[in-house]
Design a binder for this molecule. Structure first.
Ligand code: SF4
Ligand code: SF4
Length: 383
């Protein structure tokens, strides 16, 4: 076994043990810290909305929160925005995070990282940088960010980070404007030896306005993309002995008996730029004030919110025949319908298409009834 694989396995084992310990002892192990909603881009699909009447945390407040998180048992912290590097104190914050020995991940559009900053990120041994690739062509990328020259700066940043061997990966929000360049974006990442992932889930803005939805792909297009990628993946791994095992694993049944099926309020949390703790980036509950209550006080409130949450009668997923084909979670219900409990028509439509594709007889019957009863709620988006 190579040293590399052995290290990877050791790391996965450590991760597993830390998570198990955090769940048992109800510790806030992993968190996202939204440091700002300000940004140097104006992306057409962006969901963040700064609140001009609210003050973002100061440097001293951010550092105090980080100190408290360390004492509370936090080990992984992701910094996100807005654009984190619009904060003039970002470097100071990163040095402090590393002093606290956090595994540190940065989510950034990358365009404000210059040579000097890249040197610092290398010195800090940042654990991962997630960069948003929005198109393979300059004109596409710049038209999505609405900032001329952003693609060129983005490519320069990749070079700077790669030269310094800083771990990075590319993520794309795939949407109407860049779907035709999807394979080119994949190639762009491959040519640079970078991991690449995509997310078609554009959401309404954090203030509820639905502008980004106009850029969302139709469910048919998302499904087509998924089918193409799976076919390519199968072809690539057709001689791999472990492939079938992996495929079967990914078919494991989804359990809808628990309302929150991820780690929120059990070992994960998010802190917003105005100092409020919430369960995840998309769910603004319970918004516990970290400055007034301290990190532990806010964490207690967040845990209680999750522990005491009783689904309303609107919650149908546990008994829905489509649930094995559906990627709904409470955040989707909240973003799409303003209620954590509600079914999201967009996700329901996708579940129907996937059930039809799988030839699920039980689902077929249900689908016909559903289409008849809910014609007005179906959002069969044009492709
Ligand atoms: S880079 Fe991110 S935060 Fe900035 S405008 Fe684009 S999507 Fe929004
Ligand atoms: S289709 Fe609706 S009710 Fe069914 S699992 Fe998905 S979100 Fe829940």
């Amino acid at each position: 076994m190579s040293v590399h694989i052995a290290r990877f396995r050791d790391y996965r084992r450590l991760r597993f043990k830390l998570t198990r310990n955090a769940v048992r002892n109800k510790l806030p192990l992993r968190g996202m810290f939204e440091l700002t909603y300000e940004c140097n881009h104006r992306c057409i699909h962006c969901y963040t909305v700064p609140a001009p009447d609210k003050k973002e945390l100061t440097t001293a407040q951010v550092k105090s929160v980080l100190d408290q998180l360390k004492d509370a048992g936090c080990f992984y912290i992701g910094f996100t925005g807005g654009e984190i590097f619009t904060r003039p104190d970002m470097l100071d914050i990163l040095y402090h995070a590393k002093k606290c020995a956090f595994q540190t991940i940065l989510k950034t559009n990358g365009t404000l990282i210059n040579k000097d900053m890249a040197d610092h990120l290398a010195k800090l041994a940042i654990n991962n940088v997630d960069l948003s690739l929005l198109g393979a062509k300059e004109e596409t990328f710049d038209s999505i960010t609405q900032v001329k020259g952003s693609f060129k700066r983005f490519v320069k940043t990749i070079d700077l980070l790669k030269e310094r061997r800083i771990p990075l990966q590319l993520k794309t929000c795939v949407m109407k404007s860049n779907i035709d360049e999807f394979m080119d974006m994949k190639r762009f990442a491959k040519e640079r030896g970078l991991r690449f992932s995509y997310d078609p889930a554009l959401t309404p803005k954090s203030d509820g306005s639905r502008g980004p939805i106009d850029h969302r792909l139709s469910n048919e297009k998302i499904l087509d993309l998924r089918k193409t990628l799976i076919a390519r993946w199968k072809e690539k791994h057709k001689n791999d002995k472990n492939f079938k095992k992996q495929m079967n694993k990914s078919k494991a049944k989804k359990d809808f008996s628990t309302f929150f099926r991820c780690g929120v309020g059990r070992y994960t949390f998010t802190i917003g730029p105005y100092g409020h703790m919430k369960t995840c980036i998309d769910i603004p509950h319970p918004m516990a004030d970290v400055l007034k209550k301290g990190v532990m006080g806010a964490w207690e409130e967040t845990k209680k919110f999750i522990e005491n949450f009783k689904p309303s009668e609107e919650y149908r997923c546990a008994v829905c025949d489509l649930n094995q084909y559906c990627s709904w979670c409470p955040a989707r219900g909240f973003l799409e319908k303003g209620d954590l409990n509600r079914c999201s028509p967009f996700h329901k439509e996708m579940a129907i298409l996937r059930a039809q594709e799988a030839g699920d007889g039980a689902a077929e019957k249900y689908i016909k009834e559903y289409i008849e009863k809910n014609k007005e709620e179906m959002i069969l988006t044009e492709s």
